[in-house]
Design a protein around this ligand. Sequence first.
Ligand SMILES: [Zn+2]
Length: 431
Amino acid sequence: MMRFASWVDGGHFFIRGTRLTSHGDPRRGPRYQGTFDELRMVGDTVFYSYVPSRLHPDTLAMICFNVFFPWIGHTVEFPEPVSDLVVDAINHQTFQQHKGTIEVRNVGGDPQQPADDGSDTVHPRDTVISFGGGVDSSALHVLFPEATLVYEMGQRWRRQQKRSATIDAMRVHQARSGTPNVPVRTNSRRLSRPRGVTNWLSILVPALLVAVDRGHRGVLVGSNLPTMFMKAGAEYSPGHQLDHAARRALESFTVPIVQASAGISHLAATKICADAGITSSLTFCERGRGGGPCSKCLKCFRRETLYRILHREDSSAYPLDPFPTDTSCYAEKYDLKRAAREFRPGWPISNAHNLALGRDLLGEEFPEILHRVGRNVPSANFMARRPPEADGLFPEPFKEHILSRIQASVPEMTPDELVAFRSWSAIEAFD
Ligand SMILES: [Zn+2]
């Protein structure tokens, strides 16, 4: 069984998951995400530089379960006695298919009393944005400047803090809009080999800790249109109909997790950020000098391409200068042969829609090799607007003050655009 302990020391919040081989805890287990690849446990203690003053034992247990999911065997003991609700939640079918039935050793706690009945409308100031500094979560910040920004910053224990352009950006946002921000350092992506998240929900733990501790009523997550509805640029998929049982389980012990920017494409988000004057604070890549964009990787290429589309349409409103890559030249600084391969469907993030946008909206500026590769990809010019299915991702209390601001900022697709969007596929477009 896995035995959990949790403590506070020196301004840090710790959770240890002790693996007991005699009780069936595997050294290798599946990541709860995507292809469920096997992760080997190399660290048994996770730390967060945010210490919550109050955390219900059930909430703590669900955080333990999510972060250490790969290595939990058939029996588990949480830091404090939990209610039956936790036993039911971790034995949901979505987890059982990987873990079988899990016995909980210390049941007997009282369930959490809900702070509200969930019917009152939620105001942006009562929410937290899980902030990464990229265009999706930065656009959410522009739309909801009252919302607290929480940034999950990967770090080894007791290592000197590296320069982070995202933390610099949060300071700028605070100075401009009075936005509260909480950088949370954690080693949560260093517990395994290969490194990375152990569970797609574990990256939300810092935002959830802050939200629960401060009595906020929701976490806004910066997903985006192609991730949610276009299988990352391969073909249309009705993402709003997917049932996320694992997310619902975590929400029921914390706060609602809302995919607030799922109707906003990177193109629309880039425009929202530029119109608000925060282009120079975008940190979609942290591999470069000063912990900002590197001007070499394909993520930088894709983001720069979208900004150059805006610049081409209106060069005085969207000057190149503030964009955080080296804009003295464009395509020459990137590995375009690699780009030509990675835009295809089949790559984990295929981005064929960006190929179509560059081809149609950037004209001769867009590199010839990519014109050639992407010549059969259907037009994706609908990306500037929002499909109505994205509105369905908002729980009722989030509609009046939160969804309405998105609707005011990003118009709905026209009937013709909706047909093009819902039938869009790049699968057949490549030789
Ligand atoms: Zn980069």
